[in-house]
Design a protein around this ligand. Structure first.
Ligand SMILES: NC(=O)C1=CN([C@@H]2O[C@H](COP(=O)(O)OP(=O)(O)OC[C@H]3O[C@@H](n4cnc5c(N)ncnc54)[C@H](OP(=O)(O)O)[C@@H]3O)[C@@H](O)[C@H]2O)C=CC1
Ligand SMILES: [Fe+3]
Length: 499
């Protein structure tokens, strides 16, 4: 392994995360200190945004930095004073590790340095654009390796932005995926990553570079389907509520109720979306358990659609929480609307005219008290679920605690939401006057799936089903014989074992 200089500390057993070199070498006045004499020398080719941030972080982490530029005079002033900025040829002579902070299309312009670079580690930090990624079959790192066959290429740091490097690891993404065909070189760069305060993540050989380079191109891939689902539900429920609450009074009675669109209709739509989404978090688990019960074994792959659905439960749950939180906020705003005040005043005037002094419907009062309380409890439970799904919190829970919160408390949230919806509806579902255009009140549409889930969960608790499910999940087959299994299948089955 390459020696990382005399500032290296000895690592104690178990201290995996402790950097071998003290990072953030900052003077008491906040400026970056000079690297210690004898510190490991690192070269950087390029003097752009990334090179500057990298040099700053490297100097701050105790490395000696030499930058290779085509025009050192122009760029020297932009780098920390302790970094040496010189011509490319001079910069690559002494360091054993060279960061290539130039774009792929300029790699070939570095070929003149092949002799000086021979035997050294080249760190490829580049990121392709989406078009480049599709256009080139080989990754940037593999291309660099093909141009410099006498060098060892390591892919690293491409997922870290120049800004994160500059600001320090505390403000950004700490993980740095690394891959190379040379384990020794990979280890050396991992040490550097540690020293700079980041966490190295071994991605294997250089073939993985394509995957590593694709990482920053993804735009929330796990959220695409859940977000589209939530949007689709929102559009459907909004259209339904618009037809019932705005279009119908306009067409049949000539009443203009379009003012309801921004707040009232949205607020009737949001709880429906939240409620259906929450049901969709628990429905695949019920389907998976039903499939296992029917097949009598867990060693059968679930259909692809069910597997994908199971994997997206967290995102669907978080979107459900988001809609529920918005519903709570909108509900707070309802009494603030001018239309609401007019309604109240009009009601008071109407009462006076009809000589009624005391308006108090005991049943309505109770209904509202109960459904508000249940709504607050449901939102509180959903908040707990959302908080525990954050990686930092989830990592601090053991498997049983996590399963209890996500499975048991999640189910409690579903039951509370169902009760909230039922008490909101109370007898409304059966009142003929509530059916407009022959369309039933919206909440009745949302009740079917959660009720099926609650019923199924109740059934699974019955001894005959629960015993059978336990047996299946522990690997006891219908005929008593344990079949040959693929590990992937059992992992998949385990994922649903907390249904
Ligand atoms: N900016 C960022 O946040 C991130 C950037 N990266 C990667 O880092 C690399 C550099 O990016 P960035 O610093 O932003 O880009 P810049 O355009 O700011 O810098 C590119 C540098 O390449 C050097 N260079 C060397 N040879 C040539 C040449 N023939 N033609 C033009 N320039 C040349 C230039 O330095 P000189 O003139 O001194 O020779 C120039 O400053 C890229 O591969 C990028 O994908 C990766 C992650 C994040
Ligand atoms: Fe509500």
């Amino acid at each position: 392994m390459l020696n990382l200089g005399f500032t290296m500390a000895t690592r104690m057993p178990g201290e995996i995360d402790k950097p071998l070199i003290s990072h953030h070498l900052v003077d008491s006045d906040g400026s970056l200190a000079e690297p210690p004499v004898g510190a490991l020398k690192v070269g950087i080719l390029g003097s752009g945004d990334f090179a500057r941030s990298l040099a700053t972080r490297l100097v701050g982490s105790g490395f000696s930095v030499v930058v290779g530029s085509r025009n050192p005079k122009r760029t020297a002033g932009l780098f920390p004073s302790s970094a040496q900025v010189t011509f490319q040829e001079e910069a690559v002579t002494s360091p054993g590790i060279i960061f290539v902070a130039v774009f792929r299309e300029h790699y070939s312009s570095l070929c003149g340095l092949s002799d000086q670079l021979a035997g050294k580690i080249l760190v490829d930090v580049s990121n392709p654009t989406e078009q480049e990624h599709l256009r080139h079959l080989e990754s940037n790192a593999e291309y660099l390796a093909s141009l410099f066959p006498t060098c060892t290429v390591v892919k690293a740091f491409n997922v870290i932005s120049a800004w994160t490097l500059q600001a320090g690891p505390r403000d950004g993404n700490r993980q740095v995926p690394i891959c190379s065909d040379q384990p020794e070189a990979k280890r050396t760069i991992s040490e550097m990553v540690h020293a700079m305060g980041f966490m190295p993540l071994d991605m294997g050989s250089l073939v993985s570079a394509r995957e590593v380079e694709a990482m920053p191109l993804h735009l929330l891939p796990a959220w695409k389907v859940p977000a589209l689902l939530a949007l689709g539900l929102f559009v459907c429920f909004f259209a339904y509520n618009f037809t019932r609450d705005v279009l119908q009074p306009y067409v049949q009675e000539g009443k203009n109720k379009f003012y309801k669109l921004p707040v009232s209709v949205v607020n009737t739509t949001l709880p429906c979306v939240a409620y259906v989404l929450l049901s969709l978090v628990y429905l695949p688990g019920v389907l998976a358990a039903t499939l296992q019960l029917r097949r009598g074994t867990k060693y059968h792959r679930f259909p692809d659609w069910l597997d994908h659905w199971l994997q997206h439960r967290k995102q669907i749950g978080l979107l459900s929480f988001f809609c529920a939180a918005l519903h709570a906020l909108y509900s707070f705003c309802l009494p603030l609307r001018r239309s609401h005040r007019y309604d109240l005043v009009n009601l008071a005037v109407k009462q006076m005219l009809t000589n009624k002094s005391h308006l108090w419907v005991e049943e309505e009062v109770w209904r509202m008290e109960i459904y508000l309380s249940l709504g607050v409890l449901a939102l509180g439970t959903l908040s707990l679920l959302a908080i525990t799904s954050l990686p930092s919190i989830a990592n601090s829970l053991n498997w049983r605690e996590f399963s209890f919160v996500q499975s048991t408390l999640g189910f409690v949230a579903l039951v509370l939401s169902t009760l909230h919806t039922l008490t909101y509806g109370w007898t409304r579902a059966f009142e003929e006057s509530r059916y407009k255009f022959y369309l039933p009140p919206t909440f009745t549409l949302t009740l079917l799936v959660p009720c099926v889930i609650i019923l199924a969960k109740g059934l699974f608790l019955l001894p005959c089903f629960s015993r059978r499910l336990t047996k299946i999940r522990r690997g006891w087959e219908k005929d008593g014989a344990v079949k040959f299994t693929l590990p992937a299948d059992s992992i998949l089955a385990e994922k649903t074992s907390h249904v």
